[in-house]
Design a protein around this ligand. Structure first.
Ligand code: GDP
Ligand code: MG
Length: 160
């Protein structure tokens, strides 16, 4: 699989989605997958991963100078995450639209039907991730699905 780039000549696009630890713990992963499929995405690859600190920091390196960075990394390693490669036409923007704005409290007001409204808590614990551009999608898909698995442990779904 070549990351992100169109794959079938029909203009389809790939993005990286993550159900973050709060979404997994609160048992929203299956519901989110149903929304994904009902919204016309194909799930090309998926796995459940317990990230380690180094990998979480590397995944979010663009935010390393932000004051919330340490907290963000701790949040992302607080439990397993479900990582998925989604494909459809306009997947990157459409997935961002479905998840809603970063701050779940704002999402509750402006995007009441969004996934972050459904299962997020605040500006940090917002339940899901989506790549923000084609470049990010390519980087993030490679990050999780190139030969070497980041973050240590891939968990089978039965272990959750
Ligand atoms: P996203 O692309 O919508 O996920 O948002 P960003 O790329 O801006 O931020 C990455 C992640 O950092 C977000 O999804 C949140 O989990 C967290 N985050 C963003 N902004 C804040 C903030 O102001 N405070 C805290 N504590 N966490 C934040
Ligand atoms: Mg982002």
């Amino acid at each position: 699989l070549s990351p992100a780039a169109s794959s079938d000549g029909a203009g389809s696009e790939r993005t990286l989605a993550i159900v973050k630890p709060d979404g997994v713990w609160s048992n929203h992963a299956e519901e989110i997958k149903k929304i994904v499929l009902a919204s016309g995405f194909s799930i090309l690859q998926e796995k459940t991963v317990q990230l380690d600190e180094e990998s979480a920091a590397s995944f979010y390196s663009e935010h390393s100078k932000k004051k919330f960075f340490r907290s963000l990394v701790q949040y992302m390693i607080s439990g397993p995450v479900l990582v998925m490669v989604l494909e459809k036409e306009n997947a990157i923007a459409d997935w961002r639209m479905l998840i809603g704005p970063t701050d779940s409290n704002k999402a509750k007001i402006t995007h009441p039907r969004s996934i972050r409204t459904m299962c997020g808590t605040d500006a940090e614990k917002n339940c899901v991730h989506g790549s923000d551009s084609d470049q990010s999608a390519q980087r993030e898909i490679s990050f999780f699905f190139s030969s070497e698995t980041p973050g240590g442990t891939v968990m089978g779904h039965d272990e959750l």
